[in-house]
Design a binder for this molecule. Structure first.
Ligand code: PMV
Length: 335
């Protein structure tokens, strides 16, 4: 029986987090930590979903094709919610009429690099191929973004979905209103993982509350972030990494005023700058997950060592510097 495997990359937010939720642009790059989805028809009326890296028990989640008729049913498990949402969304538009088995696969460790959106995108791409639906990238993006929103209670700009679908580095506006692929340049970055998982939704809520209390002030900050995004986009195109790094520092200082950069982020960010990085900032909602530094080749070893040391001081864990390439290619069929 035909088996299809699709893979999609993770993401690293470069500039513009939070402001992007309010309609401002952001810059994101796809990260070569790939999430896979393998799908195979099973000749039944059932869909079996196995997400080994996400589940807490050994169970495989089975849903009947008929339950897809009722999209308001709750998701069967938290671990399979994104796959279930992807299947439902696809079923609404493209009736499959035959059951299938889905197995997902990804990095065992979650770094906050967009595993959920990558798995959603890989699922849609695998089913697209399996049932010869001939979806284009925009259709895959739209289906995956609605699926992600249905799991995340309508929260999220979709920048992670865009990175998973299109790959490369993107200039992005919420809902995919603008998705511009930037030139395929070597981004001189170091990614540091704080070792602490952050809750994106609670930080989105925190910034929303700040904005409720200080609407004009926060919107001014968002306007300024939008300006930095435009500027950084230009510097990326020109390859002016020194200025790109300095702009990252300015973006970071605004995020600090939102109170979303605790010591686990602050320490490696300051350490990276102290060791000679052009700039360093948090990436994503804040509170933990990843930071990155912009660095020239001469300073790379020193900056990597400084980030490792700053993070190990807190977690005494494994290395903090992640060795994933950026500007990775978007969703693709592997076999
Ligand atoms: O925490 P992450 O890496 O998923 O990034 C969230 C970025 C936000 O702008 C805060 C939310 C969003 O969906 O754009």
């Amino acid at each position: 029986m035909m088996t299809v495997t699709a893979s999609a990359p993770g993401k690293l937010m470069l500039f513009g987090e939070h402001a992007v939720v309010y309609g401002k642009p952001c810059l994101v790059t796809a990260v070569d930590i790939r999430y896979m989805c393998t799908a195979q028809r099973n000749g039944t009326d059932f869909i079996n979903i196995d997400t080994p890296e996400l589940r807490t028990s050994k169970e495989i989640t089975t849903i009947s094709m008929s339950s897809l008729e009722n999209p308001s049913l709750p998701f069967r498990t938290q671990a399979t919610a994104f796959v279930e949402a992807a299947v439902r969304g696809l079923y609404e538009k493209h009736d499959f009429r035959e059951g299938f088995d889905i197995t997902t696969e990804g990095a065992p460790k979650q770094y906050g690099l967009g595993s959920s959106s990558a798995i959603t995108v890989a699922t849609i791409a695998a089913l697209d191929e399996l049932f010869s639906l001939n979806l284009n990238k925009r259709e895959i993006f739209d289906l995956a973004y609605s699926a992600v929103l249905s799991v995340q209670n309508g929260k999220g700009s979709g920048f992670d979905v865009a990175a998973a679908v299109y790959g490369g580095s993107l200039y992005y506006v919420i809902g995919g209103k603008e998705i511009e692929t930037l030139p395929d340049v070597d981004l001189p970055l170091i990614i540091g993982y704080t070792g602490e998982k952050a809750s994106t939704t609670s930080y989105i809520r925190h910034v929303a509350e700040l904005r409720e209390n200080h609407p004009k002030r926060i919107d001014r900050f968002f306007d300024f972030i939008a300006y930095l995004v435009e500027d950084a986009r230009e510097m990326l195109i020109q390859g002016d990494w020194k200025t790109f790094g300095e702009l990252a520092n300015v973006n970071q200082s605004i995020l600090e005023t939102f109170d979303i950069s605790p010591p686990q982020l602050q320490n490696p960010i300051l350490a990276a700058r102290g060791a000679g990085a052009w700039g360093a900032k948090l990436s994503g909602a804040g509170g933990g997950d990843c930071m990155f530094a912009v660095v020239d080749e001469d300073h790379r070893p020193k900056v990597e060592a400084a980030i490792n040391e700053a993070i190990q001081q807190r977690t005494l864990e494994e290395v903090a510097v992640l060795d994933f390439a950026v500007n990775a290619s978007g969703v693709r069929i592997e076999s």
